[in-house]
Design a protein around this ligand. Structure first.
Ligand code: NAP
Length: 305
């Protein structure tokens, strides 16, 4: 028999949707993905999630949300969805050869920060390397740090980081920013911000903590060391929507389009929540709020069909 509601993805959006759906007696099934818990599993301490005045480790927060979802009866499959067919109801979702069918679907597969893939980057993730200035900037009070990227995110995050850091170096691979004029100018005018133009980051240096970056000027080919204690990436995010491509309306960047003020997608009975929809706020708490809305939308939708 088809599930009443199937949740795909297990970050704050998916788990909050599961908690609400389970408490509404919808007996949800969640396919949590191999990277269960989403991006918070890659962070260290989370200090801005309300309710934890002393902070909480990202993985611990996600484990607690998962336990809460299970407490109300959410059943969890710990694999990745490999294929989906949204062309008719019940919707079909495959994990390898295993087929799951559902009357309604909540997609909360999130987005993944882009990484450079250079030596030292993944080893020092959480130890001076971060893809989230809002989450981790606070830990770099009075330190020299660097951020790579030339878009609006890089500008916004560089400006945010000046609140803490003694100096912020933006490392950009070209000689002009992609960011809007106003954001670029704000960054360029800031006394704590310096820019290394035409420069790529080749390696993150440090044994247990970041001590610097090996950078290369792409015009001269010259390599040098930039001594910093923090390295932030702001080179964009990619929504995890490959399996739904061509079946549901996506914006040009691949994010799922929802009706304004709702979690409804272009496919009746399919709802979406969290970073897979939202490329702007990208916070655990905003994703959780969207997950709550999706569960409530599903409940109303099931009552009406
Ligand atoms: P983005 O606009 O795609 O910019 C990504 C930046 O990272 C680009 O400058 C790009 O360089 C650089 N980059 C990409 N891959 C790289 C690599 N492998 N090595 C080195 N550099 C690399 O992404 P975003 O800044 O995250 O912004 C996403 C969207 O959100 C945009 O539409 C943006 O306007 C919007 N946004 C708006 C605001 C705001 O209005 N306040 C704030 C944040 C984001 P190139 O320029 O050379 O390609």
């Amino acid at each position: 028999m088809a599930e009443k509601v199937l949740v795909v993805g297990s970050g704050p959006a998916g788990l909050t949707a599961a908690i609400y759906a389970a408490r509404a007696d919808l007996d949800p099934l969640m396919i949590e993905g191999m990277e269960r818990g989403g991006q918070l599993m890659l962070t260290t301490e989370v200090e801005n999630f309300p309710g934890f005045p002393d902070g909480i480790m990202g993985p611990e927060l996600m484990d607690s949300m998962r336990k809460q979802a299970e407490r109300f009866g959410t059943r969890i499959v710990s694999s990745d969805v490999t294929k989906a067919d949204l062309s008719s109801r019940p919707f079909k979702v495959w994990v390898g050869d295993d087929l799951y069918e559902a009357e309604s679907l909540i997609i909360s597969t999130g987005a993944s920060a882009r990484w450079l893939g250079i030596p030292g980057e993944s080893r020092l993730r959480g130890y001076g390397v971060s893809a989230c200035a809002t989450c981790d900037g606070f830990f770099f009070r009075d330190r020299d740090i660097a951020i790579v990227g030339g878009g609006d995110s890089a500008m916004e995050e560089a400006l945010f980081l000046t609140k803490f850091a003694s100096k912020v170096t933006i490392v950009h691979r070209r000689e002009e920013f992609r960011a809007s004029k106003i954001m670029s100018q704000r960054a360029l005018d800031h006394p704590k911000i310096e820019v290394l133009w035409n420069t790529t980051v080749e390696e993150v240096l440090g044994d247990d903590l970041v001590t610097g970056l090996r950078v290369k000027n792409v015009k001269t080919g010259e390599s040098s060391t930039l001594p910093v204690e923090g390295f932030f990436l702001a080179i964009g995010h990619d929504p995890n929507t490959n399996i739904f491509q061509g079946q549901i309306d996506l914006d040009p960047s691949g994010y799922i389009i929802t009706d304004p003020g709702s979690s409804k997608t272009s496919v009746d009975g399919v709802f979406a929540a969290g970073d897979v929809v939202d490329h702007y706020y990208q916070q655990a708490i905003t994703a959780a709020g969207m997950g709550c809305r999706a569960a409530i939308d599903v409940e109303h939708w099931l009552n009406q069909t």
